[in-house]
Write a protein that binds this ligand. Structure first.
Ligand SMILES: C[S@@+](CC[C@H](N)C(=O)[O-])C[C@H]1O[C@@H](n2cnc3c(N)ncnc32)[C@H](O)[C@@H]1O
Length: 269
């Protein structure tokens, strides 16, 4: 399933805010080392946010890992990232990653919801991380919101239903307490929380535009595969667009798209 970096970047400001709120909680302590030896960003996407880590810790090696060649090509073509000699990117699957002995900070923002096995992988990662290291994660927690519930309910009936059967998951992430428990069980000093961002979006169909860049992609890919003419995709999107306009009504200021996100941050003593 391909990613479209330019479509993803359309709401860069709103998509970036949780990342900054997340990494602000990583209080790297200089007690033992001057800087993290290596910083890893799992599911780094187009790399602009990873670059902020490289700017924060200039003497650390900062590595963004992502399985999308399109996202990494976008990172490679971004001139703003070329000025950071400590920043690099690797093509790879999160499922195949294991922490190295110098991975002092691991960040993963809006990526683990795409990795069904992440709940099983977390304890192994945390166990392997070096003492003094930090693990910081954020996942969207909005799979029950109208945008996603409508995506699924409309997808479940209509000519597109067979193509969408089993494609859209309703529960890919845990609540904050679930991630907190995993971190505490691994011996981390941790905290977890959730925030709902009241995102004010411009444009005629901004919620549709938002999910087209992320959560709707599996459905669009399945529909395009089932009917390469695009007619089935267009029919489904028309129905979904109409329902979104009802659920998220525009005001003179724009359209408010409330977006819940789940955070967990911990440090290994
Ligand atoms: C919503 S984007 C988030 C990108 C970036 N972290 C940010 O906050 O803007 C999700 C990213 O996770 C990547 N991704 C999804 N599943 C992955 C996997 N199994 N292994 C590696 N990367 C994955 C996608 O390619 C995409 O770039």
């Amino acid at each position: 399933m391909r990613w479209d970096p330019s479509r993803y970047a359309a709401f860069a400001d709103d998509r970036g805010r949780p990342f900054h709120d997340l990494v602000a909680q990583v209080a790297w302590s200089a007690d033992t080392r001057e800087a993290p030896r290596r910083v890893v960003d799992l599911g780094c996407g187009p790399g602009a946010l990873t670059a902020t880590l490289a700017a924060r810790w200039r003497s650390s090696r900062v590595v963004g890992i992502d399985s999308s060649a399109e996202m990494l090509a976008s990172a490679g073509a971004d001139p703003a990232l070329a000025d950071l000699p400590n920043l690099s990117f690797e093509l790879g699957a999160i499922e195949d990653w294991t922490p190295g002995p110098t991975d002092d900070v691991v960040v993963t923002n809006a990526a683990l919801q795409w990795v069904p096995s992440h709940v099983a992988l977390l304890p192994r990662w945390l166990d392997a991380m070096p003492s003094g290291s930090w693990f910081a994660m954020q996942v969207p927690g909005n799979f029950g919101s109208p945008s996603h519930a409508l995506m699924r309910s409309i997808g479940a009936s209509g000519p597109w239903a067979p193509a969408l059967d089993g494609v859209l998951r309703s529960d890919p992430v845990l609540d904050p307490a679930g991630y907190l428990g995993i971190m505490l069980d691994a011996g981390f000093v941790a905290r977890a929380w959730e925030t709902t961002y009241a995102q004010l979006l411009p444009g005629e169909d901004p919620v549709l535009d938002w999910v087209r860049g992320t959560g709707l992609r599996p459905a669009l890919a399945a529909l395009d595969a089932a009917d390469p003419s695009g007619a089935l995709t267009a029919e489904y999107v028309d129905r979904y667009r109409a329902a979104l306009r009802e659920a998220y009504q525009a005001s003179a200021h724009g359209t408010v798209y409330p977006f819940r996100r789940v955070f967990a941050v911990g440090r290994k003593p």
